[in-house]
Design a binder for this molecule. Structure first.
Ligand SMILES: Cc1cc2nc3c(=O)[nH]c(=O)nc-3n(C[C@H](O)[C@H](O)[C@H](O)COP(=O)(O)OP(=O)(O)OC[C@H]3O[C@@H](n4cnc5c(N)ncnc54)[C@H](O)[C@@H]3O)c2cc1C
Length: 398
């Protein structure tokens, strides 16, 4: 039988986080773009699987150990729910939604509660690439604000970062934060270094090929792109490529996500039971306004949705508000289905999708504590069948 690492990749369960490279001996594994445009581990020398891969890889193992009550079965355990935005108008404008995440990070750095923030941002000299970096100043945080709808390995350098002894905050997709959670379960000695883990609602990570398609649709040759953002500079803001002559070429968020990016999302994301970032201290999303029962994507000053999920999250959120970094008002949980419909649907039917894969012989996926069975009570029979067949079809096509 192939080693586990190769089986995870072959089954298309790899999320590209890079934790396997951190678990392995230094220099044994690197993350590289595969032919499908997603990042995957590549062995630099033959060897056994990294120690702890089975129970740590978030592509195959997800553990939610906290209990859920009522609506938390869909959204994950949370203490409070807010519509929030950065008090700093520039940050709010530049960020993806309301800049809630970046405002929290700026607060932590300004108050010297952390030495740095590990998060993703555009690569220096290549605005189409997404890479991990350690932000140590507010200017760094501002530079890395905004959503990157593309692969980026957050955790390949995680072991070195932990061994450096630095205190950090980490921002990542729900699967990135799940990987951090698993690492800390194996390395409790590093717990105090991770002051806060922040996530966002994630409907799935598009491939790098999707970014190339988006740039082509904007009418700019890749070599001519001088600057690029997926959204931001307003809410939701437009996907914008700036060409060699300094001309911006833009496409609305609805079109860039709905017509291009969401069409090429990682297979593993389609069966994800954790789109809401349940394992984070705070997870943020878009607090869209509702019009005729649907999210309204008309341009407005940004608003982040913020689930405060832990005592650490509560303290940080309250302190950032009290210090004037964040402006927040309670957000009614009853409005969530209207603004996060796809997320809610994916959570309800995650159990059906998983069952389809198990029927096809899957022995790798091990998701526990996400109420997959209980949520099926909300499923409609016809939609359950559709989700079941859809997963079988997608898997067979893979
Ligand atoms: C792939 C993807 C799917 C998403 N799906 C949804 C969804 O279904 N519903 C929803 O409401 N919101 C979704 N979002 C989140 C939304 O776009 C905003 O990121 C979120 O609302 C937080 O906004 P903010 O203004 O508070 O964050 P900002 O202040 O702009 O900060 C964003 C932070 O996220 C980090 N980041 C950006 N892209 C990535 C990435 N790909 N991987 C890891 N870290 C990253 C940045 O480094 C930065 O620290 C998604 C984002 C991404 C990248």
């Amino acid at each position: 039988m192939k080693p586990l690492l190769e089986r995870i990749v072959a089954a298309r369960y790899c999320v590209g986080c890079g934790l396997c490279a951190a678990l392995a001996e230094p220099g044994a594994i690197e993350m590289a773009e595969a032919a499908d445009g997603f990042l995957a581990p590549r062995r630099l020398r033959p060897g056994a699987d990294p120690a702890g891969l089975r129970e740590s890889c978030p592509g195959i193992t997800l553990r939610q150990e906290r209990p859920h009550r009522g609506a938390e079965r869909i959204y994950g355990p949370f203490e409070s729910l807010w519509a929030a935005h950065a008090a700093d108008a520039d940050l709010r404008h530049r960020a993806s939604s309301g800049g809630c995440i970046s405002a929290l990070l700026a607060f932590l750095l300004d108050r010297r509660q952390i030495d740095g923030v590990l998060h993703l941002g555009r690569a220096d000299g290549d605005p189409l690439r997404t890479v991990a970096g350690l932000s140590t100043t507010r200017a760094d945080v501002l530079r890395r604000a905004g959503s990157r709808y593309a692969p980026g390995s957050l955790l390949a350098g995680w072991r070195e970062l932990m061994e450096s002894g630095r205190k950090i905050a980490v921002v990542g997709k729900p699967c990135d934060v799940a990987a951090v959670d698993r690492w800390l379960a194996r390395h409790p000695e590093h717990r105090a270094q991770v002051v806060c883990a922040i996530s966002f609602l994630c409907m799935g990570q598009p491939s790098q090929r999707a970014t190339r398609r988006l740039v082509a649709a904007l009418g700019v040759a890749e070599a001519d792109v001088r600057d690029f953002r997926y959204r931001g500079e307003g809410w939701p803001g437009a996907a914008t490529a700036v060409d060699a002559a300094g001309q911006p070429h833009a496409m609305s968020y609805e079109e860039s996500w709905g017509r291009i990016l969401c069409k090429d999302v990682n297979f593993r994301c389609k069966i994800c039971p954790d789109g809401f970032g349940e394992l984070a201290d705070i997870s943020c999303g878009d607090a869209w306004h509702v019009r005729a029962g649907r999210p309204d994507f008309a341009e407005r000053p940004g608003r982040s949705l913020a689930f405060v999920r832990s005592a650490r999250g509560r303290e940080l959120f309250a302190a950032a508000r009290a210090a004037g970094y964040l402006v927040a008002e309670p957000f009614p949980a009853e409005d969530l289905p209207a603004i996060q419909r796809s997320q809610v649907q994916r959570k309800i039917y995650a159990g059906v999708r998983l069952a389809a894969l198990k029927l096809l012989g899957d022995r790798l996926l091990d998701f526990s504590g996400f109420c997959l069975l209980a949520n099926l009570r909300q499923a409609r029979f016809s939609d359950a069948i559709r989700n079941f067949w859809g997963t079988l079809r997608r898997r067979s096509a893979a």
